[in-house]
Design a protein around this ligand. Structure first.
Ligand code: NI
Length: 174
């Protein structure tokens, strides 16, 4: 298990569509363990493999924010939304690949998902609340979509500009 480097906006990898996983092998489980370490170290509550530069449809989450409580890691391989409510909910989202930016995003309030778990077993689950928000955000990552793609163009342009400028500044010789 290891903490791996995260990639940040405007890294073009974040726009890439990740590929389905054929089978949940030990390699995939090792990837998920590294993702969890990386997520806990950040810290964050969800991470898609592309955020450490791996274009596979793998997501980890842990919605327990209280550090005194035991971890409750969740593993999703090839997750997909198979039903979504018409009713929507707003949540102020952030992303480990877009540090310190938080914006209100409107999404379906509840979703039903299908995925393979850590043991490769096919599962279906109804999600609501933070779980619904987080899994939709992470599945977006697998499709090359960021939460800033779901806010106004004006706000998005401002965020992209800021991160592009910061990246250029960090490259300049000192
Ligand atoms: Ni994210």
């Amino acid at each position: 298990m290891a903490v791996r480097p995260l990639i940040y906006l405007p890294d073009p990898l974040l726009k890439r569509v990740s590929l389905p996983v054929d089978a949940v092998t030990d390699d995939i489980r090792a990837l998920m363990d590294d993702m969890l370490d990386t997520m806990y170290a950040a810290p964050g509550i969800g991470l898609a493999a592309i955020q450490i530069g791996v274009a596979k449809r793998v997501v980890v989450m842990d919605l327990v924010k209280d550090e005194d409580k035991p971890h409750e890691p969740q593993y999703f391989v090839n997750p997909e939304i198979i039903a979504a409510s018409e009713e929507t909910a707003d949540y102020e989202e952030g992303c480990l690949s877009i540090p310190e930016v938080f914006e209100n995003v409107t999404r379906p309030k509840t979703v039903r998902i299908r995925y393979l778990d850590r043991d490769g077993e096919l599962k279906e689950e109804d999600c609501e609340g933070l779980m619904a928000t987080c899994i939709q955000h992470e599945i977006d990552h697998l499709n090359g979509v960021l939460f800033i793609d779901r806010i106004s163009r004006l706000k998005r342009d401002r965020v992209v500009k800021k991160f592009t400028k910061a990246m250029k500044a960090s490259r300049e010789p000192v």
